[in-house]
Design a binder for this molecule. Structure first.
Ligand SMILES: [Zn+2]
Length: 211
């Protein structure tokens, strides 16, 4: 088994989100990534010397089933659309539930229904608030020849982790905010506890839906 990260396969996959326009993407698989997981890179549009990049962590409930408990589905669709226009890469990282896994994420949802926020629920389960690691993402970008990028993200930790792995972030491009009555507590916790730059107007939400 190889230990040097490298491209394994490139294959074209036409994508479509909801009733949006079709997007022609090239999926790239890798060998030799640090965590051994099956991460994917999607090449979208025509990446230039400083491509637009999104690191999207897998969220089965949000990405596939359009769960309203988080904003992952709309964020994924937005990222594909914007990167297709600008030219760049969407890295689809298999770290479900901020790295704690699907079942643990659903356990945490159950705790949130009893009043804990998304981070406190993870702590109550004895799990890290955020177990995501972007080492493999940095390896994927390096293999793809990306040394500098514009990062589509509201999360300052992603840019910091990439920089530690030698990937220069020229600009952090904010994503849209997709708030609804089901996910506003989740979004508020992200903004307040991990420094996500979300232009949320919580005053718009009645207290009854936020607690
Ligand atoms: Zn999600």
């Amino acid at each position: 088994m190889t230990t040097v990260p490298q491209v394994r396969t490139r294959v074209r996959i036409p994508l479509r989100f909801g009733d949006g326009p079709p997007v022609d993407a090239e999926a790239v698989t890798f060998a030799g990534l640090s965590d051994g997981l099956e991460h994917l890179a999607f090449v979208l549009g025509e990446p230039g010397p400083v491509p637009l990049v999104r690191l999207h962590s897998e969220c089965l409930t949000g990405d596939v089933f359009s769960s309203a408990r988080c904003d992952c589905g709309p964020q994924l669709a937005e990222a594909v659309a914007r990167i297709s226009q600008a030219g760049g890469y969407l890295l689809y990282l298999r770290q479900e539930g901020r790295g704690i896994g699907l079942y643990n994420k659903l356990d945490a949802y159950a705790l949130q229904d009893s009043g804990l926020d998304t981070y406190a629920a993870n702590s109550a389960l004895g799990l890290p608030e955020d177990a995501r690691d972007y080492t493999a993402a940095a390896q994927m970008l390096t293999v793809l020849g990306v040394q500098q990028l514009d990062l589509l993200s509201n999360n300052p930790d992603k840019a910091a982790q990439l920089a530690r792995h030698g990937i220069a972030v020229r600009e952090r491009v904010r994503t849209g905010v997709f708030a609804n009555e089901n996910n506003v507590r989740y979004l508020r916790a992200k903004a307040e506890q991990t420094g996500h730059t979300l232009a949320l107007t919580f005053d718009d939400w009645p207290a009854s839906s936020a607690v």
